[in-house]
Design a protein around this ligand. Structure first.
Ligand code: TYM
Length: 332
């Protein structure tokens, strides 16, 4: 390969992507393809750390693959694959697990949150989830990992794991850097703007799905929680408005000063409607392209088969070297 830096990122197929997934991560992946070598994955092995209906998981995985393409991932520029098709992730996971401390995993805030949400299924996979995430990244020796803020802690752990491996066995893994957008790295719930917008929210009005139709999107924005000041301005304490301004800025490219003057003297009703319309219009081509792609199962299969082959070829070289480094006998 050339000397471009390598990007890796993944998304779980646990339902249609939210506007948070889109603004915080996925929409940035397409534009990176020209400057970097990019590898993106639908991480279905991560998804089963929470109970999934098998038929729904299968469908969601294929839909997520099509959705990533609809969001601008070009399979002629990037490697796009389904995680369970590439065995090196599970293989490296084992080695990295032996370089990870129980205490480190216990401190992961996402583990704590998910354990609270699913107290009847605090399984070992949920606990070791960040090790598999480290394997995803290190199996390609990725330089940069574009994610939202909520994944930063996992990424720091991946760096620590890589560092520990390198100390034990000699310099080998690249230490991956987070690549976090300046605006939109944490999109908040429309109903409780102190909380992250999340697929698992029970209140459907809190979350925009990127396949919601225009009316639904506008209705949800109209109901968004704001404050009682009636002033569109970005400042501390105005969580709801700050969130709407962030979203509006991300889909229109306007900065906060421009948004403040656009809505000076206008009420929140006008602002919310404008945000809803801008988001719906921005997502319209994604919806159209998704409808086209998801109907073409044969083409999708061709794409994910080729993606898996490329990802395996790339990662196998690295994982076999790691096998050798730890002292496993070569099979050659
Ligand atoms: P996941 O599937 O929860 O989310 C996918 C991406 O969306 C970002 N994101 C958000 N960004 C801004 N605002 C929000 N409200 C919001 N919600 C989600 C996430 O930060 C993420 O970038 N563990 C990962 C998947 C993963 C991965 C990897 C990522 C597995 N292996 C290797 C990078 C590299 C996860 O659960 O993301």
């Amino acid at each position: 390969m050339d000397d471009k830096k390598l990007i890796f990122s993944g998304i779980q197929p646990t339902g249609t992507f939210t506007l948070g997934n889109y603004i915080g991560a996925v929409r940035n992946w397409g534009p990176l393809q020209d400057e970097y070598n990019c590898i993106y994955s639908v991480v279905n092995m991560h998804a089963i750390t929470v109970r999934q209906d098998p038929a729904a998981l299968r469908k969601n995985t294929l839909d997520s693959y099509a959705l990533l393409m609809a969001c601008g991932i070009d399979i002629n520029k990037s490697i796009l694959f389904i995680q369970s098709h590439v065995k090196t992730h599970a293989e490296l996971n084992w080695i990295l697990g032996c370089c990870t401390q129980f205490g480190e995993l216990s401190r992961m805030t996402q583990f704590k949150e998910k354990s609270q949400r699913h107290p009847d299924d605090i399984n070992a996979g949920l606990f070791t989830y960040p090790v598999l995430m480290a394997a995803d990244i290190l199996a390609y020796n990725a330089d940069l990992v574009p994610v939202g803020i909520d994944q930063k802690q996992h990424l720091e752990l991946a760096r620590n794991i890589a560092q520990r491996f390198n100390q034990r066995y000699g310099d080998f893994f690249t230490l991956p850097e987070p690549y976090i957008a300046e605006v939109g790295a944490k999109v908040m719930s429309l109903q409780d703007p102190t909380k992250k917008m999340s697929k698992s929210d029970e209140n459907p009005n809190a979350v925009i799905s990127i396949l919601d139709d225009k009316d639904t999107i506008i209705r949800k924005f109209k109901r968004a929680v704001t404050d009682s000041e009636a002033e569109v301005a970005y400042r501390e304490g105005k969580d709801g408005i700050n969130n709407l301004m962030t979203i509006y800025s991300s889909v229109t490219g306007k900065d906060f000063a421009a948004i403040e003057s656009e809505f000076a003297g206008k009420g929140y009703g006008d602002f919310k409607l404008a945000v809803g319309e801008a988001v719906a219009d921005h997502l319209e081509p994604v919806r159209t392209e998704f409808a086209r792609l998801s109907g073409d199962k044969a083409y999708l299969k061709e794409c994910y088969t080729a993606g898996a082959e490329k990802a395996l070829r790339y990662s196998q070289r690295i994982v076999l070297k790691a096998y050798h480094k730890v002292g496993f006998v070569d099979l050659k």
